[in-house]
Ligand binder design. Structure first.
Ligand SMILES: [Zn+2]
Length: 371
């Protein structure tokens, strides 16, 4: 009676990184407005030994006044949803002519190693969304993380005592400080959670190189960085990390109304963070250029911390055999947390994406769609 969302992107939802990339390349073949495709090879290998690429597609004219950018897998394992959204967009673009004044840029699998190995971080344990800091300067403090580090990843294997320590600190500090201590980014424990690295990561460098050539300061830009893992199950929130009083943040709220949240004001599923990829784009765009994270909720934050602790503990013992049963169990937990095995969840993801992308597209072209 009521049809579900009919999209090959749902039917061909990627089982792994290889399928995600082949969906992308197949859909790319059907584009009449593809101007450029750059496949950037990463040195590291995938979980099955496959080569890894970040693929960047520019569709439309290179002098388009308006640019819509879609990024997937900044946090590797979150790439399933992001890649499916990009696939859905390409399938629709194959049937729709792009206006002369709009270009669409697809950045597929920014962290392909994490995508393939089912981890948030890259092959060096770096969280790309904490890596965009100036490594020539004094790095952000992580005193609270340092206090908890031994309990986050207990080297003696005593998880019970470690959990008690964490609970104690959570009760003493309150939820905000506790969550900030663990997740806001740290630069002292390379095996730990939310580690920002000690130098610009390869994926950051490739974005900086592309930003150097795209002249985004002369165009109107909307970037949607596709993530999963924060917020209510299946809900897509537009997280805006521009300063609350900036032109970009006013414009984002005007375009998308209350779908937009601002971590700075405390009304978001996310908290203020250091080293976000956003900041590279902010400085490459005009003052009114908008960068939003489209963040899809899955399960509670505390469960995420549990899953990530086990994942990082496993890698702290050395690179695991991908076929080892314990490693597989931990990988399966990661996959389920960041990409729930649920048709309803995946359908919600694609529906919200269509809504947000359609609105962004219209707004870039100056159409007031009545948000
Ligand atoms: Zn993420």
């Amino acid at each position: 009676m009521f049809d579900p969302l009919v999209s090959p992107a749902l039917q061909q939802y990627p089982a792994d990184y290889c399928q995600a990339r082949s969906n992308l390349l197949n859909a790319m073949e059907k584009q009449t407005c593809l101007l450029e495709h750059e496949a950037i090879r990463h040195d590291a290998k995938g979980a099955l030994g496959e080569p890894l690429f970040t693929d960047i597609l520019w569709l439309g004219r290179n002098d388009a006044e308006n640019v819509l950018v879609l990024i997937s897998a900044t946090h590797g394992v979150e790439g399933f949803a992001g890649s499916a959204i990009q696939h859905d967009v390409l399938l629709q673009l194959a049937r729709t002519a792009l206006p002369d004044n709009l270009a669409v840029v697809i950045i597929h699998a920014l962290n392909p190693w994490g995508f393939s190995h089912l981890r948030r971080v890259n092959e060096k344990g770096i969280d790309l969304n904490r890596n965009s800091v100036d490594f020539q300067q004094v790095l952000p403090e992580s005193a609270d993380y340092n206090l908890l580090a031994g309990s986050i990843l207990p080297t003696d294997g005593n998880w019970q005592a470690a959990d008690q320590q964490l609970l104690l600190h959570a009760a003493q500090w309150g939820e905000q400080r506790f969550r900030r201590a663990i997740t806001s980014g740290q630069y002292t424990h390379p095996a730990g959670l939310f580690y920002g690295g000690d130098a610009p990561a390869f994926s950051r460098q490739l974005i900086e190189r592309k930003l150097g050539g795209w002249q985004l300061d002369q165009r109107q830009v909307l970037v949607l960085d596709l993530h999963t893992g924060l917020g209510p199950f299946g809900h897509g929130e537009l997280v805006c990390d521009h300063p609350a009083d900036s032109l970009a943040s006013h414009k984002a709220r005007q375009w998308f109304n209350r779908l937009v949240s601002l971590p700075e004001t405390g009304n978001s599923c996310s908290i203020p963070l250091v080293g976000l990829m956003d900041y590279l784009w902010h400085s490459a765009m005009r003052e009114d250029g908008i960068y939003l994270t489209l963040e899809y909720g899955t399960y509670p934050v505390l469960r995420m911390l549990e899953v990530l602790r086990r994942d990082h503990w496993l890698y702290a013992q050395g690179v695991p055999d991908f076929c080892d049963p314990q490693a597989q169990a931990i990988r399966a937990e990661l996959r389920e947390f960041f990409d729930p095995d649920s048709t309803l969840w995946r359908e919600s993801v694609l529906l919200r994406a269509r809504q947000v992308i359609r609105t962004g597209w219209q707004r870039l072209l100056g159409v007031d769609s009545g948000a």
